[in-house]
Design a binder for this molecule. Structure first.
Ligand code: BG6
Ligand code: MG
Length: 220
């Protein structure tokens, strides 16, 4: 039976992909690196340091770890400053409604984000009250596609993975949910999250009614 839900943050609850894009693009332009939306999409769900390595590989460049860390910090400073503009109006359509519905029905809810800035994003959105557990980029060391962040959430909720549904917009996030034995809902195109148990183009379609209809036998 489903007793809990674990939500990714970026791309599921709010659309930070554009802000991440602008911050990486700013750094890439300064470094003379090629960077576009296609590569940005590959960074969904993966950690900051893994992201800079993907960008570097794409540019067939190499730098030592120390320089990489400095550049990743530079990108992060730009990204964090851009979060100041985010408000409680910036939920993706449907996200707030679903979170509210889960609260009224008494489900356990955890955040399972790779971001080290998740606390700030939740504050900007005024979303803390929707979560019993907050798992972010500081909670575990192995990032998606490893299942650790979702296992952290289910353990804190005292639930088994097969009692939880994970919501994800990233290919690596669905991989992580599957690796951990969770049910998964993918938000986005087939090419990215088509391997999820259930997929919606956007959060606006992901109502509790639709979810219960699909996973009928898992709800009492
Ligand atoms: C994920 C995003 O949620 O967090 C990734 O989808 C991002 O694009 C990752 O790289 C890490 O975020 P941060 O805020 O710690 O740099
Ligand atoms: Mg995401």
């Amino acid at each position: 039976m489903i007793k809990g839900f674990i939500f990714d943050l970026d791309g599921v609850i709010t659309d930070t992909a554009e802000l991440h894009y602008k911050a990486w693009k700013n750094l890439a332009d300064e470094m003379g690196w090629d960077f576009d939306y296609e590569i940005n999409d590959k960074l969904r769900g993966i950690s900051r340091m893994d992201s800079i390595k993907v960008i570097l590989d794409h540019n067939q460049a190499s730098l030592n770890e120390e320089t990489l860390a400095e550049l990743a910090t530079k990108k992060n400073d730009i990204y964090v400053a851009s979060l100041d503009e985010m408000t409680s109006e910036d939920y993706l359509p449907g996200a707030k409604e679903l979170l509210t519905h889960l609260r009224t029905e008494g489900f356990n809810v955890a955040l399972g984000s790779a971001s080290k800035n998740a606390i700030k994003v939740l504050q900007q959105l005024n979303a803390n009250m929707y979560f019993d557990v907050i798992g972010d980029g500081n909670s575990v060391s192995k990032s998606k596609p490893e299942p650790d962040i979702f296992l952290y959430g289910s353990e804190k909720m005292k639930l088994q993975p097969d009692e939880c549904i994970v919501f994800e917009d990233a290919e690596s996030g669905i991989d992580a949910a599957k690796a951990g034995g969770f049910y998964s809902v993918g938000i986005g195109p087939k090419e990215r999250v088509g391997h999820a148990d259930l997929r919606f183009d956007s959060m606006a379609e992901a109502t509790l009614f639709e979810i219960k209809s699909h996973f009928k036998e898992l709800f009492s």
